[in-house]
Design a protein around this ligand. Structure first.
Ligand SMILES: Cc1cc2nc3c(=O)[nH]c(=O)nc-3n(C[C@H](O)[C@H](O)[C@H](O)COP(=O)(O)OP(=O)(O)OC[C@H]3O[C@@H](n4cnc5c(N)ncnc54)[C@H](O)[C@@H]3O)c2cc1C
Length: 410
């Protein structure tokens, strides 16, 4: 009898897992549950459609429903899994009842952290995630005159740029001393901030969110530095692991609040794997578990989980966290730690391993000098980058989709 592989989640991790499971065991009955209306699209492109750098949302879809039907992957859209029971090997599904599995993959992703302030029930608070909602919000943006982006997270950086491009009066509120302060150094992010100011944005650093004010609809964002009037607030708080169904089923979570997995992405329960933003993975330098990585990481982890769940053999290594993005008129990126964070953690002294590597390159057409930290950390940083390239080549040799192409079937 064909083995039944159930995947909870239709994001990068869930779709990566389903494709890999089917690729490993063609006869397997692979079923995916997602609360959303769609799979196989790139959420990463949403801020760029809002900013009109990508002309429409259709371009973000990389596969159709038929693509998955033809691949033999049975996707149940807008269908919530309410729980699972590892002793009886069943999932409870809203509208379907109890469904048996032989292997289960949890890929329930992330939720934005609750801002934890009064007024979160007001309308016109935008949490950027589901593409259908993004299409609706894009029309709302046409009528917005002023907006506040809450927190300078990677998404926050992209949304500040997008709103400025839309001609909206944009404010950024963040408790850090500079944007993306957990990942960047001040001299790397400074030109990005300058380019936002040139576009008319107002930046409020060292400023804490204290509430959202309004009657029915948000009319002001309240901060430790006073109120900022607005028509819209974009909430870009930290990504938190969505482990609700996993923890209710007794699956172990760790110090970063993600599901604990081994290098085969197997969880603490027999025949249950997990992948993506619901998990935590050791950092390659410190070995400390970290959570909330990228869609590329989620997709690669899904591949590993799906292959192993279907009876194959793949392993996922601790991550050195390569990242890159456009912000303002700049492309910024790095690997491992910023110098500020490495120094704060005492990393060179504690473990004698590389700190990281960072750079900023001005986007074409904007002129200006690039910035790079390679003089300080070049040797180790480039070794890490080379290791990532080797890992990607090995990934390709293993016939998996390269990381970063979420939603594409192998
Ligand atoms: C606006 C935006 C921009 C992004 N930009 C980038 C980028 O530039 N680069 C990059 O690499 N990544 C980017 N990402 C990816 C992102 O940061 C995550 O890393 C990625 O989405 C994680 O994928 P995931 O599959 O683990 O989880 P998610 O994408 O969170 O998917 C979770 C899935 O689980 C389903 N689910 C959850 N609970 C249940 C349940 N109980 N029952 C049924 N289904 C359930 C959801 O419906 C969803 O399908 C972006 C994401 C967004 C939203």
């Amino acid at each position: 009898m064909a083995q039944r592989i159930v995947v909870i989640g239709g994001g990068a991790a869930g779709i990566g897992a389903a494709g890999a499971a089917k690729g490993t065991d063609r006869s397997a009955d692979v079923r995916v549950y997602t609360e959303f209306e769609d799979v196989g699209y790139s959420p990463c492109g949403i801020p760029y459609v809002h900013g009109r750098e990508i002309p429409d949302f259709e371009r973000l879809f990389m596969a159709t429903r038929e693509t998955y039907d033809k691949a033999g992957i049975d996707i149940h859209y807008e269908t919530r899994v309410t729980g699972f029971y590892t002793d009886r090997k069943i999932v409870s599904v809203q509208g379907e009842g109890e469904v048996g599995y032989d292997k289960l993959i949890v890929a329930t992703g992330f939720d934005y952290a609750d801002p934890g302030v009064p007024g979160t029930d007001l309308s016109n608070l935008y949490y950027v995630k589901n593409i259908r909602r993004a299409i609706e919000w894009d029309k709302v943006l046409d009528g917005v005159k002023s907006a506040v982006v809450v927190e300078a997270s990677p998404l926050g950086l992209e949304m500040v740029t997008a709103l400025c491009h839309r001609g909206i009066e944009t404010h950024l509120v963040d408790p850090g001393a500079w944007a993306l302060s957990v990942a960047t150094d001040p001299d790397i992010i400074a030109p990005v901030q300058d380019s936002w100011r040139e576009k008319g944005a107002t930046l409020h650093f060292n400023t804490t969110l204290t509430g959202f004010a309004g009657t029915g609809t948000v009319r002001a964002v309240q901060t430790s530095d006073g109120d900022i009037a607005c028509d819209l607030a974009v909430v870009c708080t930290k990504k938190e692991a969505n482990t609700a169904v996993a923890t209710a089923a007794g699956i172990r979570t760790g110090s970063a609040s993600g599901v604990i997995v081994d290098e085969r992405m197997h969880t603490s329960a027999a025949d249950v794997w997990a992948a993506g933003d619901c998990t935590e993975i050791p950092h390659s330098v410190t070995q400390i578990p970290i959570q909330g990585l990228s869609g590329s990481h989620a997709y690669s982890q899904g591949k590993v989980a799906g292959t192993n769940a279907a009876g194959g053999e793949r392993r996922y290594q601790p991550v050195s966290v390569p990242w890159g993005m456009m912000a303002g008129d700049w492309m910024i990126g790095g690997v491992s730690f910023s110098e500020t964070l490495a120094t704060a953690l005492g990393i060179p002294h504690v473990v004698g391993r590389p700190r990281g590597h960072q750079g900023a390159r001005r986007l074409p057409g904007h002129g200006g000098q690039d910035r790079d930290h390679h003089q300080r950390v070049r040797h180790h940083g480039e070794r890490l980058l080379a290791a990532d390239r080797r890992a990607e080549r090995a990934d390709r040799a293993g016939r998996a989709e390269p990381a970063g192409r979420a939603g594409v079937l192998r």
